[in-house]
Design a protein. Structure first.
Length: 385
């Protein structure tokens, strides 16, 4: 069997194999946990091995490129930084590409609040790519679409998890494009889309109304941190992720895709031209640069990445820093998330109507005390601890 099935649980669900198959005999379908895995029509399969050549998980080889610059980054656009998860770095990169006539690919919610990668080529649509979705996004046919744009000579910025960026490069094969820029995020791991769908249904049932808006990293109430904000037609609700049935398990890492616990990309050997994430701990390493509006950690990993950064540098407050300052609070730049023993049976009963209701959060007294404090007070306490 010389096809993608040999990859097994190492599969990252990127759809590169599906888009590359010369006879289109591969379809990605959700397994019992809701994660996408390839299903091969063996009657049509040629055993040509193309799918394996295009897989970012099969026969993985390190990129061999370490960060050449490590930065603290804050966008000067106050309105847009408040819509971003951290310092608004990805948003500035995306705005430049679109203003230059290019296209940006990234994760967005559909009208049904499903997380999918989409192409954006208008400034007014960029808001859809802002902030974190905390689930595995469905790439659909974005690799094929991006290649089409690149072949036309258009600038392309592709953002995603490191394995999704790795999938793009594998899909493109030996082709090299001066008009391609890639940004990978510091990723902890991804829960299944089915878990998120169940969670949204749970929230709608509790509120008695359809969700109109959801943001896992809202700054509207407390500034930069880990709290969600949801809105229905008449109601607004916010809470710390650590006190939420979905957020708690995302942060505990007991609901991730199996490959996330063996992730080959969870280190400082980066696949993207630029790596971005929250600059947690900046109040300690660079106290004068901390901000309640958010600070991004930006790792420049290639000359292509540096070119893009220099195009937006004047629109942000930037400091050079040491990699160790970022590593202090970003363990997934050093190793994958450790697989908890409770992951074995986390998804048992995922099809049950009351699955989310039955998830436990715990007392979390420290986190509950945080809800009584303002964002500014929390930042002050962090800097003094």
């Amino acid at each position: 069997m010389d096809n993608i099935k040999v990859v097994g649980k190492a599969c990252v669900g990127c759809r590169s194999c599906e888009q590359s198959c010369p006879v289109k005999c591969i379809r990605l379908r959700p397994n019992q946990e809701g994660f996408l895995y390839p299903d091969v029509d063996e009657q049509v399969c040629l055993s040509c091995g193309v799918c394996l050549k295009k897989c970012p998980a099969f026969d993985f080889k390190p990129q061999g490129r370490k960060p050449v610059r490590v930065l603290g980054f804050k966008s000067n656009d106050r309105e847009r930084i408040l819509q971003s998860a951290s310092g608004g770095a990805s948003d500035l990169f995306a705005r430049f590409i679109i203003q230059a006539g290019g296209s940006v690919y990234g994760c967005a919610y559909t009208e049904n609040l499903e997380a999918r990668h989409i192409k954006v080529d208008k400034i007014e649509d960029l808001y859809r790519l802002q902030s974190s979705k905390y689930v595995q996004s469905d790439l659909k046919y974005c690799y094929d679409s991006a290649k089409s744009e690149l072949d036309k000579g258009k600038l392309v910025l592709f953002t995603g998890t490191p394995c999704q960026i790795g999938g793009l490069y594998k899909y493109l094969g030996n082709l090299s494009y001066d008009n391609l820029f890639t940004v990978d995020i510091i990723c902890h791991g991804v829960p299944s889309p089915e878990l998120l769908r169940k969670y949204f249904a749970y929230q709608e049932k509790k509120l008695g109304e359809e969700l109109k808006y959801f943001n896992f990293r809202s700054k509207e109430k407390r500034g930069w941190g880990t709290q969600y904000l949801l809105k229905t037609k008449t109601k607004t609700k916010t809470n710390l992720l650590s006190l939420d049935k979905y957020g708690k398990h995302f942060m505990d890492g007991d609901c991730y895709r199996e490959c996330c616990y063996e992730c080959s990309y969870a280190n400082t050997d980066r696949v993207g031209d630029i790596t971005i994430g929250d600059f947690w701990g900046v109040e300690k390493s660079n106290p004068g640069f901390a901000s309640i509006s958010g600070v991004s950690a930006v790792l420049i990993n290639s000359e292509q990445g540096n070119k893009l950064f220099e195009r937006v540098e004047s629109q942000a407050s930037v400091i050079e820093t040491e990699l160790e300052a970022v590593l202090l609070k970003q363990g997934n730049l050093q190793h994958p998330t450790v697989r908890p023993a409770c992951r074995d049976d986390f998804y048992e009963g995922i099809q049950d109507e009351n699955f989310i209701e039955n998830l436990k959060v715990g007392v979390c007294m420290k986190e509950r005390l945080k809800t009584l404090m303002s964002g500014k007070l929390l930042q002050l306490l962090k800097s003094e601890m």
